[in-house]
Structure formats: structure tokens, C-alpha cells
Design a protein. Structure first.
Length: 230
């Protein structure tokens, strides 16, 4: 909330009703008015006394003294003469209309300031809420995107594993020459089958080699017997 500004001295920090400058000026004007009344009564009681020479005083540049001096003198003169100088102890509110207007202006300004501050507060709260909602939405989208990417990777990995397993199954069935049963260890079964076939082939080759050697021995014996008969 902004600090109040006095409409009399134009200084911030207080209202016109608390202005010390205005009070000091009013007291000075009251003293001047009382002095003028005393000099007027003295001159009326002693008309034969010679007039005192008053030195020349230049006009004051203070707008407040020029504006409110005459009204203060008239007020103090009329009220003091009617009630025996009661004005020395009692002060009537100075310039009530102006005070009321200033007070209304102050209240209106304070109300407008509070209204503007309230609107600014509501605006900031809306901006904060919108920013928070935008951040939450962005974070939610990032989380959903991250989960989608992770799911896509898992699905791709599963598809690769399934494809490799299918190819291995086909190779093993081709090697084994039969359908592979579900749950059967493909690599172990294929390895066992290949080893057995290799051993069987090796045994077959070994038998064939022995038979070949025997056939060659028989041929050599026949040739030797033929030579002896000659």
C-alpha cells in the first residue's frame, strides 16, 4: 500500500489533519491576528498619540500565508471580539470543506490502491496457477513419452528374441530331421544329435576302411598264388 501524501505541504507520510506545517502556520496567523487586534484597540484608546513609523515589509511569497491569512484574520477578529478573546484557547477546525474533500480524496485513493493491489494479486495467482498447470502437463507428457519409449523397446526386444528362437527352431528341426517338442532345449538337442551322427559316420568310415584293407589283402594273396603257379 502506498504512503499517504499531505495535500497541504505535499509531503508523504501523513494526512493533512496531522500536518505540523499547517498547525504551525495556523498558530502564527493566530498570533498575528491577536497582535493586530491589540494594536487596533491601543490606537483607539489613545488617539492623540503620534503614529508609530512601521518599517516597510515586502510581501511574502508563501502562498499559504497569502491564501489563508485573510480568512484567519477575519475569523479570529469576529470570534475574538464577540467572545472576549476566547479564540486564544479554542481552535475551530481550519478550512473544513477542504479537509473533507482531502479526506474523501485520501479515502478514494486508498480504496483504488487496495482495489488495484487486489486485482494484481488475483492476476498473479492466476498466472501462477496457469504456469503450474502447464508444468504439470509438460511433465505428464514427458512421463508418458518415456513410458511409451520403454514399452516400445521391450516389445522390439521381445520380437527379436522370438524371431531368433523361431530361426533356431527351424535350424534344429532341419538338423534333427524331426519336429522339436515345446519345452525342449533346442541347442542341447541339436548338439547331441550332431555328435551322435558324427560318431556314427566315424564308425561307418572306420568299418569301411577295415573292409577295404581286407579286400586289398585278398587281392594281393591272389596275385601271389598266380605267380607261384606259373
Amino acid at each position: 500500500m502506498e504512503r499517504p501524501v499531505c495535500h497541504y505541504c505535499r509531503r508523504p507520510g501523513h494526512f493533512i489533519r496531522d500536518c505540523r506545517t499547517r498547525m504551525r502556520d495556523m498558530e502564527q496567523q493566530a498570533r498575528q491576528s491577536n497582535g493586530n487586534q491589540a494594536s487596533t484597540s491601543g490606537s483607539a484608546s489613545a488617539p492623540s498619540a503620534p503614529s508609530a513609523i512601521v518599517p516597510y515589509q515586502p510581501p511574502s511569497n508563501d502562498v499559504r500565508n497569502q491564501t489563508f491569512g485573510n480568512s484567519s484574520n477575519e475569523y479570529n477578529g469576529g470570534y475574538g471580539n464577540g467572545y472576549g478573546g476566547y479564540n486564544n484557547n479554542y481552535r475551530r477546525p481550519w478550512n473544513t470543506d477542504r479537509y473533507d474533500k482531502s479526506d474523501k480524496v485520501e479515502k478514494m485513493w486508498n480504496w483504488m490502491s487496495e482495489e488495484m493491489q487486489e486485482r494484481e494479486r488475483i492476476k498473479k495467482e492466476k498466472e501462477i496457477a496457469i504456469k503450474k498447470e502447464e508444468d504439470d502437463r509438460r511433465k505428464r507428457e514427458e512421463d508418458e513419452k518415456r513410458l511409451a519409449e520403454a514399452k516400445e523397446k521391450e516389445e522390439f526386444k521381445a520380437s527379436i528374441e522370438l524371431m531368433v528362437q523361431s530361426q533356431m527352431r527351424s535350424v534344429c528341426e532341419e538338423v534333427l530331421g524331426r519336429k522339436v517338442v515345446d519345452g525342449e532345449r533346442l541347442v542341447a538337442a541339436a548338439t547331441t544329435e550332431v555328435r551322435q551322427r558324427t560318431e556314427a559316420v566315424a564308425k561307418t568310415n572306420q568299418v569301411d576302411e577295415v573292409l577295404r584293407e581286407k579286400d586289398e589283402e585278398i587281392v594281393r594273396l591272389k596275385e601271389a598264388m598266380a605267380e607261384m603257379q606259373r
